[in-house]
Write a protein that binds this ligand. Sequence first.
Ligand code: DLL
Length: 433
Amino acid sequence: MIAWDPNMEMMPEPELKKMQFKLLKTLVYRLYSFSNFYHERMDTHGVHPDDITSLEDLRRLPFMYKTDLRDGYPDKIFTADQEELVRYHVSSGTTGKPTVVGYTKHDLETWTESLARALTSCGLGRGDVVQVSYGYGLFTGGLGLHYGAERIGASVVPTSVGNTERQIELMQDLRVTAICCTPSYLMHIGEAAKKMGVSIKNDTHLRAAVLGAEPWSEQMRLRIEEEMGIKAYNIYGTSELSGPMFCECTEQNGIHMWSDICLVEILDPETDEPVKEGEKGEMVVTILQKEALPIIRYRTGDITSMDTSPCSCGRTHPRIARLSGRVDDMLIIRGINVFPSQVEHALLGIPAVSGHFMIEVGRIGALDTMLVRVELNPEAFSDKINDLIAIRSMVAHTLKNALNVSVDVEIAEPGSLPRFEGKAKRVIDRREY
Ligand code: DLL
């Protein structure tokens, strides 16, 4: 078994727990002393750093939500000065404002090391040629995996997303052995390759894929592995935690959550009580070592279960199961997180449209589609087709700007979309994973 950091990855559990407690205690004292946000939160919650006397006392600390980052936009809750920051990444917020994550040099180092462990645990290393087809830029996927793959000594092909035919040519010409991208983009690459008369299985050197950033199923894994003749590994992370960080090992039996980097709780989202091991609940994560944007008890919204039994790979860090859904209504469209509340927020800024809308999500081939049906106000509605076309393209433009993803727009007559008596159900998701 090859591990990137064997001493850490195979540290006996009691030692790991001791380390976690020390890190937690230090973190809480630091934040209470230096962060107004955390100081006030802890005071309001009636908890003082002295109250943290064991790992279990983590539960006494207040939760943190995505909305806290949005409210702190752009950097109000950072605990490092701007001069100490070496990177920003930005992801979708729940409404108008995105969430910004800052990184110090140390934060980037921890993130890169976690990815070096992750990629090594999928059997990759020096000699591999890794094509990074996650988006580069504000999204954490591209740059995160780029630095992780360089760290393990692999040769990186930084293709980012798009230009699919060229990606396939490069994959062949540079003898790419591993690809990192969303599962749906890999399926799309597979389809495009077929059209070009290229068999990924027979005409390339690809042997592994590191797939994440959106939900995918065990059936999809089997299909990808069979069709492409590769091993497909599940990688997880969120921008608030730093980006992709946690991954399956070659046992493909759960995602290892590095215990020196984070503390994981699985809670019943209704009662906030921990569920039993193996039962599903919302994953709540505390990042133990983060300088610029500390994260304590972050409600990820992701549903999974935990397994603390030893993994046959020898790693002692607990594993989470494949994610099985979200507690909120966040959608992931072509790798971009979209909240229906963002759609509503953007639409309400357009005087011609009423507050009634519906979202239909589907898939053509391997690519996600999103259609937003928008009802117009009676005053804005006209039977002149050109007027409607102009409104439609204006709405599509506004939504693209707000969501960072192109959507189809259909204009609906006033009064024609469903009205809801209880909770509005505005999203129809027809995708199969
Ligand atoms: O998607 C980070 C990432 C990049 C992960 C590349 C893996 C690979 P965000 O854009 O902030 O960050 O989206 C985070 O995506 O809360 C999950 O709901 C979903 N997600 C991420 N990985 C997986 C996965 C990146 N393996 C949100 N399976 C998370 C299912 C995933 N959902």
